[in-house]
Ligand binder design. Sequence first.
Ligand code: NAP
Length: 283
Amino acid sequence: MSGYTNFAVVGAGTLGNYIVQQLLKDKAAGTVKEVVVLSRQGSKSTVQGDAKVIQVDYSNDESIKHALTGVDVAISTISGTAVDVQVKIAVAAKEAGVKLFVPSEFGGVTVEGQTEGRFGAKANIQSQLKALGIPYAAFYTGLFADYIWSPFFDLDVTSGKVSVGGDGNKPITLTSRPDIARYVSYILTHLPAEQLKNRAFTIAGDNKTFSEIFKAYDEKTGKKLEVTYLSLSELDAKIAANPQNISFVLRKYWVTAAPFQGTDNHLYPDWNPSPAIDSLPVA
Ligand SMILES: NC(=O)c1ccc[n+]([C@@H]2O[C@H](COP(=O)([O-])OP(=O)(O)OC[C@H]3O[C@@H](n4cnc5c(N)ncnc54)[C@H](OP(=O)(O)O)[C@@H]3O)[C@@H](O)[C@H]2O)c1
């Protein structure tokens, strides 16, 4: 056991809310004592359950420090558009005596020295954590298996029409948010603290190609999805026209990045993540 019992989730939204709910379950089961959620003043985010929500002004070190006092592990699930805010949070966390910082990763593997875009921002946070000397643990999960089926990625399967980059035959790693939350909470409470420091956990709920997933969806629903394929050069042109368009940046990444191989799934022997097909919405 890690001995960590007091947890803070920083910015509980699309993913963080699932982690909060899991930690609250673990609190009911007795493995977690306290769950606090840091949220901006005036935020419209809602957190269910009896987590203690603390309003924070991230421009004020004392405000962050106050919220993190008594916390063993700060799990940042702050928005991918706000990862830089974590620099100040990490400084305050160290001063508040937080023992482990989990940066907002939860996607592809961040490679040291990356400088471009969101991956560059995430790599920068890891460098800052190292420089600060606060122990940290990163979780790489692949795509959120229960989240990406939306018009934003042109993957709204309920509409009957989707589009993917490449020929759809490249395997990708997908893990659902409830499965990520179970894994993160288990690892942070069950591994010895020494095994959590300055390391990355790479997990894979499922490794499938889009073609395999669409075929399984056709079979499950009895409806045939109409799939359009975007070549790499078409994706490059979309990104060149608008480099901030994260939808196309990610869709290119899904075609070019390798799925996770040597995963850390085995560290949670009873994990049993759900197959990706189970996470697709049915109209
Ligand atoms: N693998 C995937 O498929 C996938 C998909 C989506 C996201 N991700 C990654 O998962 C992580 C969490 O993303 P998410 O989508 O869960 O985040 P999110 O829902 O967009 O945001 C999480 C919380 O961040 C806080 N926040 C937003 N803007 C902020 C700002 N400017 N300053 C301070 N706090 C701010 C908000 O909390 P309050 O309003 O309470 O302050 C918000 O609820 C990110 O690293 C993201 O890149 C991965």
